[in-house]
Design a protein around this ligand. Sequence first.
Ligand SMILES: *Cc1c(COP(=O)(O)O)cnc(C)c1O
Length: 399
Amino acid sequence: MCIKTAVASVSGDRCISPVHRAKRDAPLWSWQNCAMTLSARPLRACIDLDALRHNYRLARQLAPATRALAVIKANGYGHGAVAVARALAPEADGFAVACVDEALELRESGIQNPILLLEGSFSPDEIGQVDRAQLSMVVHSSQQLQWVLAARPSRRLDCWIKLDSGMHRVGFAPEDFASVHARFAACPHVGALVAMTHFARADEPEHPYTDQQLAVFGQALAGLRLPRSLANSAAILAWPQAHGDWTRPGIMLYGVSPLPDGHPLTADLRPVMSLESALIAIRDLLPGDAVGYGGRFVCDRPLRIGVAAVGYADGYPRHARDGTPVAVNGQRTRLIGRVSMDMITLDLTGIDAHIGDPVELWGRLIPVNAVAQASDTIAYQLFTGIGRRVSRSYVSSER
Ligand SMILES: *Cc1c(COP(=O)(O)O)cnc(C)c1O
């Protein structure tokens, strides 16, 4: 079975390009033997749905007394929201997205799990869509509260009341929380309520700010019997006292740790996405030769250079420095020279490499966090910045 479209799942017989077929008996290069579009630009994001399920289960195990909303906003952090939701639907307690359009895409593809809108509605009219699509919504402002109270929905609306415990972005002030809650509780068309907040610094396990936010949240809710939701991935991993009743794992589902390198609990995460391309040119350069735009990299000795078909238009970060890790044929090497729109240049000196050979930009061999660090960004931005012309192929051992 060959993959032509962005959303498809692959199992059993694989479809590999002629170039790669010739190398079938060579040492296993591809992490997943992901399907490859025939006769196309050799660039794709391979998504391992088994790893995704493993990571969701890990999030659950780390907070065993809680339920977990899988956060799949921004097209499942660039992994394809529908495919991610379908893979997790049989076991997910619910999903969280950023807006109604993202939620409707899931409903239209048959997802029936609870879906939470993390920023609630952006206009009073949207409450009708929330009602019809049976969504739950965050309510973070008195304006949104008015919209909810004024709505005439066909069923009771489930609301997550957001408290600003220190992020200072959205949410009700702690001193207003009890009265806001009372207005929800008195409204006949409001259904289940959850109290939620969001951490600003949970990815800094040594920093006291998360404890302060926890204390603010606890005080604001004193005496209220409400289910609580606080924990993003970092808090699930590093702040067990903040697990509450509902967790909201995002980045960890995709196999990436939000914590500083080497945190023990993150060793069990499995990378989900592998961004792979291939070598399209190889050349030998002499000392003094400069590579690419601006001549940023100048050879200090004879070097063999490879060109891979991926660039910043695909989401590979233009700010990646010389030395950013990359794997060719499973061997680690370095980016050299400035990233172009459609191509990057690599150091192949001392590496067994031929035109057509696979290049992993990130995935199992090259942690996406390493690329992010070398480009002054975070994995979240790399994932969500993957360009439209990158096709996604899915690997799964289940159906
Ligand atoms: C995006 C988001 C999350 C998930 O955060 P991660 O760091 O990806 O785990 C959780 N809660 C809210 C409110 C969010 O917006």
